[in-house]
Write a protein that binds this ligand. Structure first.
Ligand code: DAH
Length: 341
């Protein structure tokens, strides 16, 4: 019997050695040490052993069992470590960036770019930048600007109403009033912001961006306005850009002007951008109406003011040659990439 056990130990050790996976090792363990395993079978055969030999054989079998169990433990540890390492290697995820790719970085949106340029130019002239609410009252958006509720000028601005008295501002001009209400002249302010109109085609979107300018002081004239706009145009477009004021009408300015620039695409010769005229319309402006000044508590006999409102989309379209305003809002990466510095 001892020989049988010795042989069994030898065979079992060999099979342990040959096991190259935990699952295989488990099977081997069941084969030798399991309930119907080979060593267990030998133990069952003890009844055939002479009673006087039983204790010695019993000790021998137990020693064999302990020895094999230790062998299994050792092999199990080695195999599970090996398998864990294999798994770690297979499931490895490289979370480090292998190289820095500046081309993959985002850039500023063309509207943001042009707005920053405009703001910087005016900050250089000593203007302060103020912002106002996008949800406005009828009073600030219209009435205080000399546009009473039955005024036909309201038709020029297709308004999104929230209630009868609350609306999405249709222009940044309400901030002229808000500024003059709480500041004393001299005032030099610029107000950038989103504005809203129910309008949509190749040159209109329901949301767009304006920058409002306002200067209030003693002796401010239309030629101050023209000089400032020339400074703006020459710096944003081309040093040779000319500015032309055309008579127009806005209820909040008197006189009112529409401002044209020589077309930056053809230099004023006439092309499809300027529809052959050599000029492109860029903004509305004028001398602030005395009614508006008085409404804000400013003495219109002592002070005069100029104001202008310019669309950022319009400027960007002219400067960058963007044919359709809607491109600015489609978030197409191929379009946006072109404006990256
Ligand atoms: N608020 C006008 C618009 O959106 C533009 C405008 C015209 C603003 C004349 C002004 C101005 O400040 O003086 O159509």
């Amino acid at each position: 019997m001892k020989e049988n056990i010795a042989k069994l130990i030898e065979n079992c050790k060999k099979e342990i050695e040959q096991s190259d996976a935990s699952a295989k090792l488990r099977d081997v363990k069941v084969k030798y040490l399991g309930k119907s395993g080979e060593l267990t079978a030998i133990l069952r055969g003890m009844k055939d052993v002479a009673p006087e030999d039983r204790p010695a054989i019993g000790v021998f079998v137990n020693e064999a069992r302990n020895l094999l169990e230790a062998e299994f433990d050792k092999a199990e540890k080695i195999l599970s470590k090996k398998e864990l390492n294999q798994r770690l290697e297979k499931e490895f995820i490289d979370i480090s960036l292998d190289k820095f790719d500046p081309a993959a970085l985002g850039g500023l949106h063309p509207i943001t770019k042009i707005q920053n340029e405009v703001l910087d130019l005016f900050i250089n002239l000593g203007f302060e930048v103020l912002e106002g609410p996008e949800i406005e009252t009828d009073y600030y958006n219209f009435q205080a600007l000399n546009i009473p509720s039955d005024h036909p000028a309201r038709d020029m601005q297709d308004t999104f109403y929230i209630t009868q008295n609350i609306l999405l501002r249709t222009h940044t001009s309400p901030n002229q009033v808000r500024t003059m209400e709480c500041k004393k002249p001299p005032i030099k302010m610029l107000c950038p912001g989103r504005v809203y109109r129910s309008d949509s085609d190749a040159s209109h979107t329901p949301i767009f961006h304006q920058v409002e300018g306002l200067v209030v002081d003693e002796g401010i004239t239309l030629s101050d306005l023209k000089g400032t706009l020339e400074y703006l145009a020459k710096n944003i477009f081309d040093k040779k850009t000319q500015v032309r004021l055309r008579p127009s009408y806005f209820p909040f300015t008197e006189p009112s002007v529409e401002v044209d620039l020589t077309c930056s695409n053809c230099g004023g010769k006439g092309c499809n951008v300027c529809k052959g005229t050599g000029w492109v319309e860029i903004l509305g402006a004028g001398m602030v109406h005395p009614f508006v000044l008085e409404n804000c508590g400013i003495d219109s006999r002592k002070y005069s003011a100029y104001a202008f409102g310019v669309g950022m989309e319009r400027m960007a379209m002219i400067k960058y040659g963007i044919p359709d305003i809607r491109l600015c809002y489609e978030n197409d990466i191929r379009f946006l990439k072109q404006f990256k510095d």
